[in-house]
Design a protein around this ligand. Structure first.
Ligand code: FPP
Length: 257
C-alpha cells in the first residue's frame, strides 16, 4: 500500500504484519569526512563520494522491494560546520541534481525533501523543487532527503501547525500530531541504519523511529555497498519486533505494554 496518510498499525496488526523486508529504511550517512581525510582530501570530497553511494543505495533498495528510503543529508545543526564545508554541501545539491536526477527519475524513484526550506538559498530550493516535481508521479521507491532537518524541529513544527489549525489540548493526540509531521506520507522506518561507527540517533526522525530496529556499522558511508545493505537486512530479519506488545501465538490474546 502506498501511504499518503500516516500509517499507524496497532501493536497486534504490526506484529502480525511483520515481514522480513522493511518497507522503510532510514540512514544516517556518517563517515564522509573521515573517508576523505584518510585519503588526504578535503571533507567535501567525501560528501561528493557519499552522493554516489546514495544513488547506488537507492537503486539497491528499489531492487530489494523497499518502498521508502530516507537519508540524513544536512541536519539543522550542520550549519555549525566550517563555512567552506556548508557551502560545499549546498553546492553538492546542485551538482547531485544535475548529475543524477535524470537517471533516478527514469528508473521510478520519487524524490521528496523533508526539512526547513526557509533557510536555504533560492538555488538550492529550486533544485529540490525540480527533483520533486520531475519525480512526483514515480512510485517504485520514495527517496526522502532530510535537508536542514532535525527531529526536534519536526515535532515543534507539527505542534505549531496543530495550534494554527485551532486544535484544542484534547485534540493533541498521537494521530493528530503524526499527520502534521514532515514525513506523514510514509510509514515509520522499520530499520534505522547509521554508518561511521557512532551509536547515536543525532536528532534524526526522533518521533518516527520510536519502534525502528537500529543497526550500527563501522563502515564509512562512501564504502557502504550492497554487502553492507544485505548485512543490515539480515540483521533486521533476525529481530523480534513487538511494538510494546508481547509475542503472540494464534490462540492467545495480545497485551500492549
Ligand atoms: C556525515 O558525515 C555526513 C553529512 C553531514 C552529510 C551527508 C551528506 C551526503 C552524503 C551528501 C548528500 C547530499 C545530497 C545532495 C543528497 P561526516 O561529515 O560527519 O563524517 P565524519 O564523521 O567522518 O566527519
Amino acid at each position: 500500500m502506498k501511504a499518503d496518510k500516516p500509517v499507524h498499525l496497532s501493536p497486534r496488526a504490526a506484529v502480525e504484519g511483520q515481514t522480513a523486508i522493511p518497507r522503510h529504511i532510514a540512514i544516517v550517512m556518517d563517515g564522509n569526512g573521515r573517508w576523505a581525510k584518510k585519503r588526504f582530501m578535503p571533507r567535501v570530497v567525501g560528501h561528493g563520494q557519499g552522493v554516489d553511494t546514495l544513488v547506488k543505495t537507492v537503486l539497491a533498495c528499489a531492487d530489494r522491494g523497499i518502498e521508502y528510503l530516507t537519508v540524513f543529508a544536512f541536519s539543522s545543526e550542520n550549519w555549525k560546520r566550517p563555512s567552506d564545508e556548508v557551502s560545499g554541501l549546498m553546492g553538492l545539491v546542485l551538482v547531485a541534481v544535475s548529475k543524477h536526477l535524470t537517471k533516478l527519475a527514469s528508473v521510478g524513484v520519487r524524490i521528496r525533501i523533508v526539512g526547513d526550506r526557509s533557510q536555504v538559498s533560492d538555488k538550492v530550493r529550486g533544485a529540490w523543487l525540480e527533483a520533486e516535481s520531475r519525480t512526483e508521479h514515480n512510485s517504485r521507491i520514495t527517496l526522502s532527503v532530510a535537508f536542514n532537518y532535525g527531529g526536534r524541529w519536526d515535532v515543534i513544527q507539527a505542534c505549531q501547525q496543530a495550534v494554527k489549525d485551532g486544535l484544542t489540548a484534547d485534540q493533541i493526540t498521537e494521530d493528530s500530531l503524526a499527520s502534521r509531521m514532515a514525513m506523514s506520507y510514509a510509514p515509520d522506518p522499520d530499520l534505522f541504519i547509521r554508518t561511521g561507527g557512532e551509536t547515536r540517533i543525532s536528532n534524526f526522525l526522533l518521533w518516527q523511529s520510536a519502534y525502528s530496529e537500529l543497526v550500527f556499522t563501522d563502515c564509512l558511508w562512501p564504502e557502504f555497498g550492497e554487502a553492507e545493505l544485505d548485512h543490515a537486512l539480515a540483521e533486521f530479519a533476525r529481530r523480534d519486533r513487538r511494538f510494546g506488545g508481547v509475542k503472540v501465538s494464534a490462540d492467545e490474546p495480545t497485551h500492549s505494554a
